[in-house]
Design a protein around this ligand. Structure first.
Ligand code: FAD
Length: 460
């Protein structure tokens, strides 16, 4: 059993299949150097993954097995280990990203050379690949009909738990070998301490249990970043410390508008997964051909101010500082910050996509690309280009009392609840506060940039 983005020992389809095969099962994780090579030493995701693996290894040991590990290129490591252990089949859960597809094809070829095979299973989503197609047999490119079809096609067996007892089915390890430390892997300057990030399978269960008690209010609270309205489960869904079936079961167990709304978000996740599967080219360019090659001015100083949370637009800055500090950003803020980069700062959405990819603990190519292309109006079911968020009115609406802004932009803490959304418009600022010195004046004028964005998208 080769673990990848499914770091749990229960409700795991590939593991379940391996355990039920009757053969004794070796479990392995590969620290993929082709992925790790692109990450900075203080990448928070490594801390998250490492914590999940430590728990997984302990769970497997408690059941008489072991989590073996390798550090290198899986294309070489997996066939070599299979040969060493005398494994005829390797089980893993399917990953829909272009890199993973190529990697798995190469691993399968390596195994085939030794008469072995790679067995891939659907685990990350409820519906995959061609399972949901339009009446014309085409992939869905619009969310609402996809969501309706998803709901019509769903039956509870699709979310049934896939678990089998570990004990007795796991291969007895020749020796127990602790996981490498982060420092040994070349990482470790990052820490999740103080960020209230709950890691590992146990962390996923704590968060799920907490959210279960709040799910009924999800619809009404989910848009307010200062309020605990969302689940904060995205990194767990990303790395599989939570199975999507568990999440769906929680949504279905509760008859409330909140639970319905949350299920729709899980369906958005699958919508983007199937989109990436069918249209892998979205990972490099606009889905809509008419928006390829838009002449964005791409001012690097504006881009850097956005990354650092120094745009002079308080809610955008609070959002960007939250991302840098914690690796998380609330969904409403992701939409506002992304729209601001593209339509106020006129920077190519791919720059923002790459920046988010480098910072988000829950970074997921399908969801991140989908979210960026939605905000930039270049995606398949995106908001139209002339719909441009006003960063001040969004702030007044979704952080009315400025609580979220005050948390991440403390230099504005003394401004009143009106001034805090747009300090440059305030009739009076607190004594001693100087705009431009204590906090940046806005780096662009929204009204002017709005017109420029309309022209750019219309190619006037
Ligand atoms: P909840 O509101 O509790 O939602 C539950 C789960 O549903 C999430 O954990 C996530 O798995 C899924 N989900 C929710 N909204 C979406 C959505 N719009 N698209 C796809 N899946 C969704 N999500 C990621 O998981 N990884 C990303 O890299 C990512 N990048 C984004 C970039 C932009 C520009 C935008 C606008 C959105 C992005 N999202 C991404 C979607 C969404 O913002 C996050 O999933 C959500 O904020 C995570 O918080 P949560 O777990 O509390 O979400």
């Amino acid at each position: 059993m080769w673990f990848r983005r499914d770091l749990r020992a229960s409700d795991n389809v590939a593991l379940n299949a391996a355990l039920r095969s009757g053969a004794s099962v070796h479990c392995v994780f590969v620290f993929d150097r082709r992925i790790l090579a692109g990450l900075p030493p203080d990448d928070k995701r490594l801390v998250f993954i490492h914590a999940a693996l430590v728990e997984l290894q302990q769970t497997l040991r408690d059941a008489g097995g072991e989590l073996l590990w390798r550090d290198g290129d899986p294309v070489h490591e997996i066939p070599a280990l299979a040969r060493e252990l005398g494994c005829c089949s390797v089980c893993a859960n399917r990953d829909y990203e272009p890199y993973a597809r190529q990697r798995d094809a190469d691993v399968a070829a390596g195994l085939a050379a030794n008469l072995g095979d790679l067995r891939l299973y659907k685990d990350t989503v409820i519906f995959e690949q061609d399972q949901l197609l339009t009446g014309q047999g085409k992939p869905y490119t619009v969310y609402t009909p996809y969501m309706k079809r998803w709901r019509q096609s769903f039956h509870p067996a699709l979310a049934a738990e896939a678990s089998t007892a570990l004990r007795g089915a796991l291969a007895t390890p020749a020796a127990l070998r602790p996981l490498p430390t982060l420092a040994e892997l070349g990482f470790g300057e990052a820490s999740l301490d103080g960020l209230r990030v709950q890691t590992g399978r146990s962390g996923a269960l704590v968060l799920l249990d907490d959210f279960r008690r709040r799910i009924a209010h999800y619809k009404t609270l989910r848009d307010f970043p200062a309020v605990k309205g969302v689940s904060y489960l995205s990194a767990h869904l990303r790395f599989g410390t939570l199975s999507v079936r568990e999440a769906v079961r929680v949504a279905l167990a509760e008859a409330s508008e909140g639970a319905e709304c949350w299920l729709n978000e899980l369906i958005w996740r699958e919508f983007y997964q199937q989109l990436l599967w069918h249209f892998p080219a979205v990972a490099g360019d606009s889905f809509k051909p008419e928006y390829r090659g838009l002449p964005f001015p791409n001012d690097t100083a504006l881009f850097e101010a956005w990354c650092d949370g120094r745009t002079g637009y308080p809610l955008v800055d609070a959002a960007m500082r939250q991302l840098k500090h914690s690796g998380y950003m609330h969904n409403r803020l992701r939409m506002i910050a992304a729209s601001f980069l593209v339509k106020d700062l006129l920077v190519d959405w791919r720059w923002g996509e790459a920046y988010f990819a480098s910072k988000l603990l829950d970074f997921d190519l399908a969801a991140n690309n989908g979210g960026w292309q939605w905000a930039a109006s270049t995606g398949c079911d995106a908001q139209p280009y002339f719909r441009i968020f006003n960063p001040v009115t969004q702030s007044e609406k979704f952080d009315a009392k400025g609580q979220f802004i005050r948390r991440y932009v403390p230099e504005l803490a003394a401004l009143d609840d009106k001034a805090i959304h747009a300090p440059w418009l305030a009739k009076a600022l607190p004594a001693g506060f100087v705009l431009g010195r204590d906090y940046p004046a806005p780096i662009v004028d929204h009204a002017v940039q709005r017109e420029a964005a309309l022209k750019l998208f219309a190619r006037d």
